[in-house]
Ligand binder design. Structure first.
Ligand SMILES: [Zn+2]
Length: 461
């Protein structure tokens, strides 16, 4: 009988040594949205392929498709056909840093206190590296893994996984498995692990108002003809309540869910610090829900951009047209059509002076996802987290939209999908000074060691 705790301890002892590797990976600056970074993504994919081979995985390979950043795949199938095969998904691309003010060099790993700073440290390099370390410990200590494992690392998650389904079609074998661990999600705090069970979807729309064939003098025509800019502001303001939250298409939050969500430590202090609020700025009032419910279970609206005249283009004129791009977050269980119709009806209602509001939906929509994390694989995950973190993971919803999750949910609905990760509220993913908490990373490495053993038992064929 293998002593899993001993392997977890061995993995824990490798954590310090893995920081240099993390630094090496994030120094590639693999920004998938930057066309100039294409060779760097390719080079990182090749490095990961080589490292997975060194780690002891077989069939480590770079998967390529035209007009796509590559994926990296590898497997270890030595546990035999009666053992389950677990797919581990992560992504090796990162968000851009342009326009952000970092206090450290973004593409170098910098350790400060109990955190490791660098773009990609937690989103998502630390996520999959935590599995590399766990697998390495198993192979070094016992010469094998308790279950079969496939690794699939994507290079386009940060641009919305536009080709992931094509990779699934072209390489079904790389995805074929009995359970999936999707490691790109977050923990409610550095002491409370999270298991993500819902995501909001995303829909972007452009709203425009046009009044005339040309701009006209604001002194001569102001107060006589309508101003599209003011009309747009008025119509947009109708979407939100006095707190500035979207007031349409709200959902009933399940009372049991609401009770659990009180365990999510989204206190005022955590919100202030996590969202980098200035002194004197308050989080929005709860209004009978919880911050977790507002962010995970309700739809929301944000202005992404507008064509209001920019500084430097001032002139005393009523502009003939104006538009805004909005991002709508779709609540779990809500369809994009349902939310769009509610928003469109409000924007088109009572527009002054015969103006009409034109709405166009933009590409790149993502469905919401609502999941029930029950069954042997989730009991296994609970046990693994109790062993490593001292408590089972809290079932949480994410306010963000992760297109790959909705895609996995659609393609592999019958499989258990375990969504975990190394992000915590202080991580600052997609912003300046992204960082990973060393304690979270260490406990996740240990949880992974246990997870393979627990899944092997729970899903044995
Ligand atoms: Zn990510």
């Amino acid at each position: 009988m293998v002593d899993v705790s001993r392997i977890a301890l061995a993995a824990e002892q490798s954590v310090e040594g893995s920081f240099a590797r993390l630094g090496r990976y994030l120094a590639f600056a693999p920004i998938s949205s930057d066309p100039e970074a294409k060779p760097r993504l390719a080079a990182l994919a090749e490095t990961l392929r080589a490292d997975l081979t060194t780690l002891g995985m077989s069939r480590a390979r770079v998967l390529e498709l035209p007009d796509a950043h590559p994926c990296v795949a590898a497997e270890w199938m030595g546990a035999g056909p009666s053992a389950p095969t677990v797919l581990i998904y992560g992504h090796f691309d990162v968000q851009p840093v342009k326009g952000e003010t970092w206090t450290t060099e973004p593409h170098a790993l910098v350790r400060k206190g109990d955190r490791l700073f660098g773009r990609g440290s937690a989103d998502d390099m630390g996520g999959w590296l935590s599995h590399f370390i766990a697998m390495e410990a198993w192979l070094r200590e016992t010469g094998s893994l308790p279950c079969n494992i496939k690794i699939l690392l994507e290079g386009e998650e940060e641009i919305g996984s536009p080709n992931l389904e094509r990779f699934m079609d072209a390489h079904p074998d790389a995805f074929d498995s009995d359970a999936m661990v999707l490691t790109d999600c977050e923990n409610p705090s550095v002491d409370i692990p999270g298991l993500t069970v819902s995501l909001r979807g995303l829909l972007e729309v452009e709203v425009s108002i046009t009044s005339a064939q040309s701009d006209v003098h604001s002194g001569l025509w102001g107060n006589i003809v309508p101003d599209p800019a003011m009309a747009l502001i008025t119509q947009l303001a109708r979407l939100v309540d006095a707190d500035g939250r979207l007031k349409l298409a709200r959902r009933d939050v399940d009372p049991a869910w609401l009770v659990t969500s009180r365990d999510v430590p989204l206190t005022s202090a955590v919100i202030r610090s996590g969202a980098r609020l200035l002194e004197g700025v308050d989080p929005l009032p709860d209004r009978g829900l919880t911050p977790a419910a507002w962010v995970a279970r309700q739809p929301a609206v944000t202005v992404l951009s507008t064509t209001f005249p920019a500084p430097g283009t001032e002139k005393n004129a009523i502009r003939k047209s104006v538009s805004a791009k909005l991002s709508l977050r779709i609540a779990p269980g809500q369809t994009s059509e349902e939310l769009f119709e509610a928003v469109a009806a409000e924007l088109r209602r009572d527009v002054p002076a015969g103006l009409s509001v034109t709405l166009t939906t933009l590409p790149g929509a993502a469905s919401s996802w609502d999941y029930v994390a029950e069954g042997p694989a989730f009991d296994a995950a609970d046990r693994a987290y109790v062993a490593a973190w001292g408590r089972p993971p809290l079932r949480i919803g994410l306010g963000g939209s992760i297109p790959f999750v909705a895609l996995f949910g659609k393609r592999f609905a019958r499989l258990p999908l375990v969504l975990n990760g190394v992000i915590d509220p202080e991580t600052g993913a997609h912003g300046p000074d992204e960082s990973m908490h060393i304690g979270v990373y260490t406990k996740t490495v240990k949880a992974n060691v246990h997870l393979y053993a627990e899944l092997a038992t729970a899903l044995k064929k």
